[in-house]
Design a protein around this ligand. Sequence first.
Ligand code: HEC
Ligand SMILES: [Cu+2]
Length: 333
Amino acid sequence: MLAPKQRRLLMALGCVLTSGVVAGCDRSTPSALDPSGPKSDLVATSWWILFSVAAAVCILVTVLAVVPMLLRRRRRQVKGGDGKRFVMICGIILPGLVLMATFALSVTDIATDASPPRPSRMTIDVIGHRWWWEVRYQGSAAVTANEIHVPVGTPVQLRLQTADVIHSFWVPEVMPKMDLLPKRVNETWLSVSRPGTYRGQCAEYCGLQHAHMAFLVVAQPRADFDTWLGRQAQDAPQPTTAEAQRGLSVLTQSSCATCHTVRGTSATGDIGPDLTHVGGRQRLAAGAIPNDFGHMSGWVANSQTVKPGNIMPPQHLSPEDLRAVVTYLQGLG
Ligand code: HEC
Ligand SMILES: [Cu+2]
């Protein structure tokens, strides 16, 4: 029988272990062990190899430590051997071999990760801002924010830069982290093997709203992607209703235009996200809120309640102007 103190200790240990396992079962958080691309396949495979090696070493060492203790308890004679030889083999040679093998694995993985299997035909510039992502497609007028569409199964070249501090680009199911460093362009590539939407996140603490610096990677069949890109490259559609027309005037005549661009209008600011096709995005403010009339109105009226400390100040518009500008922006699909 266990003493009460030991029993309590055992129960506490059980709770810690099971809560760890249960937390790992949450499917809504993207996991690097759920790969959907060649780069994340590489990460997941090497994770499992390293985990198995570490687990095997852990079990071996535990057995080697516990068995002699049990034998001594039973007062059995432990055969004395040559201690030096044991230390030489199990303490130096064996760990050395294991470390060399895992090091070799990491180095080959880094080399494989560095270059795409096929040359990429498309380049996307991603610029990190506090606290959102600017996305530009080379060879196209398309500019978007916090939503990166790519054709499925095709390697895409990424050029990562930052407009302010260090950020880190991470899409757990698609690719490992890559930092965005001031005054530097970090080149990497990305390929998604299955159509779908994958959540990415800034993985380097960059200030107050770092946690609200998410983005989506949307992998589409080639034809859908081409349609999407063609539309994004166009100027904003002309307003068709009186309400939307009023919204356009509010946008171009108030402070919005000093920070935001809507291509095809006189708004050409470059502090905030390009709003030319903002109505078509799934979420606003780097994943913080869904993109619908209500959430966008709340954001424009006072984004500081949604994302305190972000660069967009509260906008003092009349209720009619607010409704008009949001109607106009929601119509920019
Ligand atoms: C001082 C600059 C500034 C002004 C003025 C400004 N904004 Fe912004 N806006 C920003 C920044 C920066 C962001 C991104 C904030 C973030 O996600 O952290 C933003 C985000 C947005 C977004 C969300 C875009 C997206 O894709 O996530 C909308 C919509 C928007 N602004 C509309 C407006 C409207 C309408 C006005 C005028 C009434 C306006 N803004 C005035 C800087 C500004
Ligand atoms: Cu960041």
